[in-house]
Design a protein around this ligand. Structure first.
Ligand SMILES: NC(=O)c1ccc[n+]([C@@H]2O[C@H](COP(=O)([O-])OP(=O)(O)OC[C@H]3O[C@@H](n4cnc5c(N)ncnc54)[C@H](O)[C@@H]3O)[C@@H](O)[C@H]2O)c1
Length: 250
């Protein structure tokens, strides 16, 4: 049997990079997937590229609370429960603290952290109905270590890590069967990081900094997410899964 057979899943930021690889892996493992993104054209192409049935495109901004409430109503109507929530949408704005505007700070906090709060709040009743719900929140190694010019992004991702821990213990205390874990990728080759590789010297320096000797692929992260989404990780909650080719332990 496929590892996610009969699971109903939501993946945000699914039109690109890690989110698309995750949606693809979920579909390959038998899940029915709602793919969320604000980029309509790329999202529709992503949905068409997936195998199997039950793929649904949801064009929305993850910072929009009304959109999360509407999605909860839609999934309630379609399935009456949710098994897996992957809060993956996010991006960074990299500048020294003194050059970071409050507007930029707030937008990075909103897309990376407010979105996880809103999704958790509105999807929790459906995840509890599942009886074995799994929330997977996309953080970063930047939540664990400082990075130059990454104040807003690091703070947001550290917030995701803390929110995940609170979600884990709150759900455990309620005995609602919902688990929550965070994933902390190192440097992964996606459109988000493509700019770093335009300069060959910078690209080589990034690789030199990774003990494994290569940058990660979106599938490296998707594989970890499949495990966290599946019942194989049933005793894992509140964990921080680092997938970084050894970057944070050297
Ligand atoms: N690529 C890396 O090296 C790396 C490392 C650590 C963490 N991450 C995290 O992984 C996640 C995915 O990153 P990626 O590299 O695949 O990026 P990506 O840019 O390839 O994909 C991100 C997707 O999120 C969508 N998105 C962004 N803001 C949105 C919003 N407000 N509402 C709806 N959709 C929105 C984008 O349209 C895009 O399709 C992000 O949270 C990122 O911070 C990435």
């Amino acid at each position: 049997m496929a590892r996610l057979e009969r699971k109903i899943a939501v993946v945000s930021g699914a039109a690109s990079g890690i989110g698309f690889a995750t949606a693809q892996a979920f579909a390959n493992e038998g899940a029915r997937v709602y793919l969320l993104d604000r980029a309509r054209d790329r999202l529709e192409a992503a949905v068409q590229a997936l195998p199997g049935e039950g793929r649904q495109a949801v064009v929305m901004d993850v910072t929009d609370e009304a959109a999360w409430a509407a999605l909860a109503a839609r999934i309630t109507h379609d399935h009456g429960r949710l098994d897996v929530l992957v809060n993956n949408a996010g991006f960074g704005d990299f500048a020294p603290i003194v050059e970071t505007t409050l507007e930029s700070w707030r937008s990075i906090l909103a897309v990376n952290l407010d979105s996880v709060f809103l999704a958790t709040k509105h999807m929790m009743p459906l995840l509890a109905i599942s009886g074995s719900g799994s929330i997977i929140n996309m953080s970063s190694i930047r939540a664990l270590r400082g990075g130059v010019n990454m104040a807003s992004y690091s703070a947001a991702k550290a917030g995701v890590r803390s929110l995940t821990q609170v979600t884990a213990v709150e759900c455990a205390a309620q005995r609602n069967g919902v688990r929550a874990n965070s994933v902390h990728p190192g440097h992964i080759a996606t459109p988000l990081t493509a700019g770093f590789h335009e300069d060959p010297e910078m690209s080589a320096a990034i690789v030199r900094n990774i003990p494994a000797g290569r940058v990660g692929a979106p599938a490296d992260i998707a594989n970890a997410i499949v495990f966290l989404a599946s019942d194989e990780s049933a005793f894992m909650t509140g964990a921080q899964i680092v997938v970084d080719g050894g970057q944070t332990v050297k």
